[in-house]
Design a protein around this ligand. Sequence first.
Ligand code: FPP
Length: 253
Amino acid sequence: MFKKFRKNDDKQMQHDALDLQHIPEHIAIIMDGNGRWAKQRKMPRIKGHYQGMETIKAITRAASDLDVKYLTLYAFSTENWSRPQEEINYIMGLPVNFLNTFLPELIEKNVKVETIGFMDELPTKTIQAIEEAKLKTADNTGLTLIFAINYGGRAEVMNGIHQVIKQYKNASDSEIDQLSEKEFSRYLMTSEFPDPDLLIRTSGEQRISNFLIWQLSYSEFIFNEKMWPEFSEEDLTACIKTYQSRQRRFGGL
Ligand code: FPP
């Protein structure tokens, strides 16, 4: 009991130091280190993914409570298909498990579920679970929780280029020259969302691994040493505090 009280006390202190007026509107996370977390505990890799799913619940709750508007999570990349089939099958089952156990709370918290990525290449059961969640949360106005599944930044940009070429096939040279960055953004899978203010990658790796390569141009990057399954609400708060201590200049002075 005393321990619980202490923990809540610490949490309160962390929150007190946060500037609640300047919470990043959009946080994107590369959830890395599930496999290593499991290996360190002599457990199979899939245990790490299961625990990673539990972390998603905790971080979604925390982001929603802090009034973050968009949370984008890199759940499966276009490159992850090269993993062993058994691991892929397990990861593809996780959205089903996640939504079976968590959708009522997402609805209660006014969270809207969205995705980016090539959804039609996923197993039917995965698509069905996600489509149901999208439908049931479509009118929610709180946090937008965006899963990047079968997503790759270069593939997304190429897909956008293909769309533009089709759209502009009868256009004049000057019309093509006038295509702006803002206009091109409308052809990306993120067209409905603002660019991330903050990118967090767990597990100590320092690269972006083909995640949101267009949208992260001016984001702040924070590389956290913890493995994703052990990343906590307090870690999220600490990352936001670091973000708040930085000055974003967007190329100006
Ligand atoms: C990175 O760790 C993690 C992944 C590639 C998969 C992440 C997926 C989830 C957490 C579950 C998704 C669930 C829902 C609800 C969409 P890694 O396996 O690359 O770890 P390692 O670098 O230590 O091997």
